[in-house]
Write a protein that binds this ligand. Structure first.
Ligand code: PLP
Length: 421
């Protein structure tokens, strides 16, 4: 399965019908949308269920029938967050964005766990990197930054472990890079880190990887793992984290009367939980054999199909289709961080042209109805990561499993036109 496996034509048609704006934008113009890493295609059912539940005026913190109905929705949504990561117990944290959740979590560890340093990686999104910097300064700790491996586009477990010692308060590391697409070997990273310091606090930013692959924290004792529903077929306006029991019990902002370990502050929003449940329902529905399975098994089955289809799209982008030459086989195009093994990559590509700069190339793509995004070293969201790979920029191409070979062909044809400018 190194080259992945495309959904059948009928299956892909069925999938595309379940999402909004897959081939047209909101003004009804046809386009190919390859910027899902900035916010993914929206699952219709997630949007509809969100609206349906959000229309209900009742507060779930009451005892009447409708309040109890909303409480059940919240509980189910929280269980579904656990299903995504294959974890039990602990608590669920919500905030307006994944960045807000990350700052809260990083602060709780940095301010309460003894130690003199915090370890993170150069590839982290600013939400994690800057949270580490902010709280390290506030608590007088050193920040230790693991280097990237330009060959893999990721960060090696040994590199991270070499920075950890008995005085490390926290390891804050991402599951996959939103620049290179490299999936970090998180099980190995967590094991290597815990070999040095068994009770180390570990926070994982899974925002990039959640829509693309299976994660299983059942054996890993992670303290926190975050994701953003708006990048996972859901709605904007919420960032979510699962946290372990010991993490949940750290001092944090909390209404005094609430249960120990509860992190929700203020009225819960049941519609957000209903939306998460619809995302999990959808992934489970892609499982090919739904019989006699647990929800987690069905979720894994569905996510496996997504990952295989996306890998096949990545393969065709790189190697070409029946109609078009792939990016690897074209003079004048550079494919960055392009390590061979597609099984350790999310469906994200960084490319550059010899004949045109990143920003202009993105405009040329848009003129031809293809939406991609430039990551340039002048941006606060990209500078540190790009410099670690010795790059000045990259055009980020991030399709989703709702895309098909026709979209890849259109993208490759437009790329050919831009090459000739
Ligand atoms: C890897 C990664 N982590 C965290 C975030 C932050 O997510 P949010 O915009 O919800 O704060 C992003 C957003 O782009 C991301 O790509």
């Amino acid at each position: 399965m190194e080259k992945g496996k495309l959904f059948s034509r009928d299956k892909l048609k069925e999938i595309r019908e379940q999402f909004y704006y897959v081939d047209k934008d909101a003004s009804r113009s046809s386009r190919v949308f390859f910027d899902n890493a900035g916010g993914s295609f929206r699952l219709k059912k997630a949007e509809e269920r969100f609206r349906e539940i959000d229309m209900i005026p009742d507060c779930s913190e009451r005892n009447h029938k409708m309040a109890k109905f909303l409480q059940e929705i919240e509980e189910k949504g929280k269980e579904d967050v656990r299903t995504i990561f294959n974890v039990e117990g602990g608590s669920i944290v919500t905030a307006l964005t994944a960045s807000q959740a990350m700052f809260q979590l990083t602060g709780a560890v940095a301010e309460n766990i003894p130690g003199t340093n915090i370890v993170t990686s150069v590839l982290e999104h600013p939400s994690a990197f800057d949270a580490v910097g902010y709280y390290a300064e506030k608590t007088g700790k050193e920040v230790r930054v693991a280097k990237s491996n330009p060959l893999t586009g990721g960060v090696d477990a040994e590199e991270i472990a070499s920075l950890i010692n008995q005085d490390t308060t926290l390891l804050n590391v991402m599951y996959a890079s939103n620049i290179s697409g490299a999936i970090f070997d998180i099980p190995q990273i967590i094991r290597a880190a815990r070999r040095v310091k068994p009770d180390l606090y570990i926070i994982v930013d899974a925002v990039q990887h959640t829509p693309h692959g299976i994660m299983d924290f059942s054996e890993l004792d992670v303290d926190a793992v975050t994701f953003a529903p708006y990048k996972f077929f859901g709605v904007r306006g919420i960032g979510v984290a699962y946290i372990s029991k010991r993490m949940a019990n750290l001092p944090h902002h909390k209404l005094a009367g609430k249960k120990e370990g509860e992190w929700e502050l203020g009225s819960p929003a049941p519609a957000q939980y209903a939306m998460i449940t619809e995302i999990v329902n959808y992934v489970c529905s892609l499982d090919e054999n739904m019989e006699a399975k647990t929800r987690r098994e069905a979720f894994e089955g569905g996510m496996k199909q997504i990952a295989l289809h996306e890998r096949a799209l990545l393969y065709h982008l790189l190697e070409g289709t029946e109609k078009n030459k792939g990016l690897r086989n074209r003079k004048g195009i550079n494919v960055f961080m392009d390590k061979g093994d597609l099984t350790t990559r999310d469906l994200i590509l960084g490319i550059g042209f010899d004949n045109i700069d990143y920003t202009d190339a993105v405009k040329e793509y848009e003129k031809r109805s293809v939406i991609v995004y430039e990551r340039v070293a002048s941006s606060l969201y990209s500078k540190r990561m790009l410099e670690s790979f010795n790059l000045k920029g990259a055009i980020r191409v991030s399709p989703l499993h709702c895309n098909g070979i026709e979209d890849v062909d259109k993208f490759l044809e437009v790329t050919e036109e831009i090459l000739k400018l």
